[in-house]
Design a protein. Structure first.
Length: 575
């Protein structure tokens, strides 16, 4: 009896597979990479009532079919556990998908984007966002730094399209803002010859106002009139669009850090049977008492919406040179980055113990913590705090998530494994940031940046995600293939540098897939339910057009998602 026969025989013993109860769905003629070390490869999977009931050979799994069983022949496609993104800002991504011109470089493309968003909105709804110019200096994800002609939106060209929608958008670095006539009138300004203190209004060569503004007074003018929140109907529409984007990329689970209304919308969609991904929801660390008072702890919730985790911040980000380092930035001797609010007093001075106090309280209340740390000093301080948790609260299975873990000092790698850290990293940051990292922090510190292999060698766990939708300086799509490619090649999307950026830190594709599936489930305390194609687990599965285990890494980016399956139901099929 071979391995597949043993698996099929075992499946017959499951209580869920009783006589007269055939599978709802069988996936067969597949290359199944289970991410289960006991049986890593199979040919077919049987699913019933949202759970995996058998994994094995085509011959033995097909025998289980009966009346009503859907048979899905995937023609030797790669089948993996559904991708589990460890870090998204869903509400922001949903808004970002609605309208962003971060990578737009032509007026034609700008007009098309404006037309699309305006046609989908109810009369009077504002058009917000924009973030133009982020990639003017750098071609997207290119180390070559190929500049292009700076893009500035032509607001005059969209006046007719946006007559029913006040439009207020911004450049990626907030150095410029743009508004249409409807928005200018809402702010009490003359749309032809506007004037206001602290604002520079830019004009075309023909003397017509260009719709572009600069200066500290711009936000003051618009702060009170721009809606602070979208209508519920618009939020639901944005949510459905974002869920569709996730399905398209095979993402079946996300760890989200959105607002309370987003959580309510998830619950509403779940009740209606319209939620097509599972949510691991994280509140801010400042709400630890509120959760504790409600009795929320690690694992609260259900397999669809899981609670009990908190998110905090230590420092800034690399994109704005605010990540906190021991030594100054190489390109700015007066800058070491900055600490976030809970780390400093009112004057901005480092405040020892305040953040640690919050962590100790949350830990005592059995709430899981995940904390953002980018620079080497920020990561060092956070590891010190984690050691203090062990001293004061005792060692336990807290699965502390070191969010981003972007630049680690050489002396701190060994502590990662010893402290049982889960490095919650987003490999796509690597493809983007390598364009300018060495200029900002130098070659030596870059050796500890996005050091995936060293993190694994330390004994810590790697968990992968995207940080979708990104920052004001860079877009991070929800597509897991971008992260897998970055982790395996350490290259930009156009293949630079040829040998990879610090190639000794590359990991193999099997490690990368595990980091994007089982390890993220483990990080959520859900490895018994999710993360591998194993009998008894939830049937969240992704089917890819290319065998990522075999193809050249360059081909990974051409792979497509053929099917996304959540709770045993096909929620996406490639058109």
């Amino acid at each position: 009896m071979n391995r597949f026969d043993l698996l099929a025989a075992f499946a017959f013993l499951l209580p869920s597979l009783l006589p007269g109860q055939p599978p709802d769905l069988i996936i067969h003629n597949a290359i199944v990479w289970t991410v289960d070390e006991r049986y890593p490869v199979a040919e077919a999977v049987a699913i019933r009532s949202g759970k995996i009931i058998a994994v094995g050979s085509d011959e033995n799994i097909i025998k289980l079919s009966g009346q009503g069983t859907e048979i899905l022949d995937v023609k030797k496609a790669l089948v993996v556990p559904g991708f589990n993104d460890n870090h998204v800002h869903f509400a922001s991504a949903a808004q970002f998908l609605e309208f962003n011109i971060m990578a737009v470089g032509t007026q034609e493309e700008f007009l098309r984007r404006v037309k699309d968003v305006a046609s989908a909105l109810a009369k009077g709804e504002w058009i917000l966002g924009g973030y133009w110019g982020a990639y003017d200096q750098w071609a997207a994800a290119s180390t070559g730094g190929r500049s292009r002609t700076p893009f500035v939106p032509d607001m005059k060209a969209v006046e007719e399209l946006t007559k029913d929608h006040p439009m207020f958008i911004r450049k990626f670095d907030d150095s410029e803002f743009a508004a249409n006539s409807a928005a200018l009138r809402a702010a009490g300004l003359d749309p032809v010859k506007p004037a206001a203190d602290g604002v520079e209004f830019l004009y075309h060569s023909d003397g017509a106002f260009a719709g572009i503004m600069r200066g500290t007074g711009v936000l003051k003018l618009f702060r009170e009139i721009v809606p602070r929140k979208f209508s519920r109907e618009r939020r639901i529409h944005q949510t459905k669009n974002a869920l569709a984007e996730m399905r398209k990329y095979g993402v079946t689970n996300v760890s989200d850090m959105s607002d309370d209304e987003q959580l309510e919308i998830y619950r509403e969609l779940l009740e209606k049977g319209e939620l097509t991904a599972r949510i691991h929801f994280r509140y801010g660390l400042d709400r630890r008492k509120e959760l504790a008072d409600k009795g929320t702890t690690v694992g609260s919730g259900d397999p669809w919406i899981r609670l009990g985790s908190l998110k905090g911040h230590i420092d800034g980000i690399m994109g704005t040179s605010t990540a906190r380092f021991f030594e100054p930035y190489s390109n700015n001797p007066n800058n070491r980055g900055r600490w976030r609010a809970l780390m400093v007093d009112e004057q901005g001075n480092f405040l020892e113990g305040k953040f640690l106090k919050y962590m100790l309280e949350a830990d005592n209340d059995n709430l899981q913590m995940s904390v953002h740390a980018i620079g080497d000093q920020a990561n060092n301080v956070l590891l010190n705090y984690l050691e203090e948790l062990n001293k004061q609260n005792g060692k336990k299975d807290r699965r502390f998530r070191l969010v981003h873990a972007q630049v680690i000092a050489p002396k701190d790698f060994q502590r990662l494994g010893a402290l049982g850290v889960i490095a919650e990293v987003q490999p796509v940051h690597l493809s983007d940031d390598m364009r300018w990292m060495e200029e900002r922090i130098g070659n030596e510190r870059c050796k500890g940046a996005y050091a995936f292999k060293s993190i694994l060698k330390s004994g810590a766990m790697l968990s992968f995600g995207t940080d979708w939708p990104g920052t004001s300086a860079a877009e991070y799509p929800i597509n897991p293939l971008l992260g897998l490619y970055a982790a395996v090649t350490r290259q930009t999307l156009d293949g630079l540098p040829a040998d990879g950026w610090f190639p000794e830190e590359r990991i193999d594709i099997k490690e990368a897939i595990k980091a994007y599936t089982y390890n993220s489930a483990y990080a959520n305390f859900e490895e018994k339910e999710k993360g591998s194609i194993s009998v008894g687990k939830l049937a969240d599965i992704t089917v890819l057009s290319k065998n990522l285990l075999k193809v050249d890494p360059k081909e990974m980016l051409q792979a497509e998602i053929l099917y996304t399956i959540v709770d045993g139901k096909v929620v996406y099929t490639k058109p």
